[in-house]
Design a protein around this ligand. Structure first.
Ligand code: HEM
Length: 115
């Protein structure tokens, strides 16, 4: 179980890297950066929930206030990414939403590490 939890935490770090890396890529003008960011945001939400389930099963102590804050922030990241993606499919751009998604991701990293 410990190994599985460690593996999901590694994926959770890679999900975070996809969001920030996707944001940098869109900023530099790369076409696929937005897709990287959107899939990273979706993955973070799913992997975070899986982590909570695994830690519950392993009877680890969980800080539910922290998990709740991270969930709300991650939902906002997904919302920003999905709306920006929908706009881009219609030929528009939403740089502010992408900036908000990246900034909220940094907020979630700070919550994860500093709380
Ligand atoms: C943008 C979204 C997210 C980012 C950037 C993020 C970031 C991180 C980081 C950097 C860690 C490692 C912390 C450490 O090892 O000290 C972590 C751990 C964890 N995350 Fe997330 N996370 C996100 C979303 C979520 C969500 C939605 C949940 C659950 C609802 C969640 C639950 C957890 C749990 C349970 C851990 C391991 C235990 C802990 O350190 O609290 N995360 N997250």
């Amino acid at each position: 179980m410990e190994l599985l939890i460690g593996f999901v935490v590694v994926l959770h770090f890679l999900g975070m890297a996809s969001i920030t890396g996707g944001w940098v890529a869109t900023f530099l003008g790369a076409d696929r950066g937005l897709q990287l960011l959107v899939w990273g945001a979706r993955a973070q939400l799913l992997l975070g929930l899986i982590l909570v389930g695994l830690l519950e099963m392993a009877s680890e102590d969980l800080n539910y206030a922290k998990v709740g804050v991270k969930l709300v922030v991650a939902l906002a990241v997904v919302a920003c990414a999905e709306i920006a993606s929908a706009k881009s499919r219609r030929g528009g751009a939403a740089p502010n939403l992408l900036n908000a998604a990246a900034a909220l991701t940094v907020v979630n990293v700070a919550v994860a590490v500093l709380w």
